[in-house]
Write a protein that binds this ligand. Structure first.
Ligand SMILES: NC(=O)c1ccc[n+]([C@@H]2O[C@H](COP(=O)([O-])OP(=O)(O)OC[C@H]3O[C@@H](n4cnc5c(N)ncnc54)[C@H](OP(=O)(O)O)[C@@H]3O)[C@@H](O)[C@H]2O)c1
Length: 263
């Protein structure tokens, strides 16, 4: 299937490793030009080099998505270089693990709000004028299986990702008149650094080793394994593509069957 992505301009946030990197490389394989950002300049440039091997133009812009001025620069430099934006994938690192009682002050709640929810708001606000001017576009937000099944010991992530999901669903209707689709992709357990971190934290909390945690989690996943970042990226790339032209407001789980509810 030709996804119709050749020559399109895709912005992928938080793309120096893990899911963001896999998504960026997925677009590059399909011939889309890229603007990618994250804080670590060297790691980001290494991803850009890998993507350029697919013959596409890649702009790597160091940016912290918690800083409004960095997001503005990310969007402005992308539009200046490519002439506009067709696709946006919102992403950021995850907030720290912990329970309600681990965060007795406002500061970590405010930081998680800025990292997870406000970054998506600002990225979308940034690309909207360009997408409207081009007569359409596609936005994919990355959330988590936790918007359907909250994950123990991850209260900050659980709360603000639900907000991102609500944002996407609301904007799918608000932006439909502009031919801008907005969809949400929910990773279950995909093998990245973040997942290793979460398994370590759970292992310490339960007093077991990380491999025991991994086996316990895998036992709850019908496909019996963690996902590969490329498997996750394939879903994002498809939803962003022309072949998903009648899909908006959807929440697509990429979780090996982990979420058991019907809707
Ligand atoms: N992996 C999973 O199974 C899974 C499941 C559910 C949800 N998620 C969520 O999906 C997101 C991506 O997950 P992942 O597994 O790819 O995580 P990861 O391996 O920890 O990668 C996080 C990425 O985000 C970037 N980043 C972090 N903070 C940033 C900031 N303030 N500004 C710009 N970039 C930032 C990092 O790059 P720099 O260090 O260069 O900035 C890195 O490229 C996370 O929010 C994670 O919690 C993951």
């Amino acid at each position: 299937m030709d996804l119709g992505l050749r020559g399109k301009v895709a912005m992928v946030a938080a793309a120096s490793q893990g899911l963001g990197k896999a998504v960026a490389l997925g677009f590059a394989r399909e011939g889309a030009n890229l603007a990618i950002c994250s804080r670590n300049r060297a790691a980001l440039e290494a991803v850009a080099e890998e993507a350029r091997a697919h013959g596409v133009d890649v702009l790597a812009i160091p940016a912290d998505v918690t800083r409004a001025e960095d997001i503005t620069a990310f969007v402005e430099r992308t539009v200046a270089h490519f002439g506009g934006v067709d696709i946006l994938v919102t992403n950021a690192g995850g907030p720290p693990a912990g329970t309600f009682q681990d965060f007795p002050d406002d500061a970590p709640w405010q930081a998680a709000f800025e990292l997870t929810l406000l970054s998506a708001v600002r990225l979308i606000r940034g690309v909207l004028p360009s997408m409207r001017a081009r007569g359409g576009g596609s936005i994919v937000v990355m959330t988590s299986s936790s918007i359907k099944v909250p994950i123990p010991n991850l209260i900050l992530s659980n709360v603000f990702r639900a907000g991102v999901a609500a944002l996407a669903k609301t904007l799918a209707e608000e932006f439909a008149p502009y031919n801008i689709r907005v969809n949400n992709v929910l990773p279950g357990r995909i093998a990245t650094e973040r997942l290793l971190y979460l398994d370590r934290v759970t292992a310490e909390r339960l007093g077991v080793d990380p491999e025991t945690v991994r086996q316990r989690v895998i036992a709850t996943i019908p496909l019996g394994r963690y996902g590969d970042p490329e498997e996750f990226a394939n879903a994002v790339v498809f939803l962003a593509s022309e072949r998903a032209s009648y899909i908006t407001g959807a929440s697509l789980q990429v979780d090996g069957g982990y979420i058991k509810c019907i809707y």
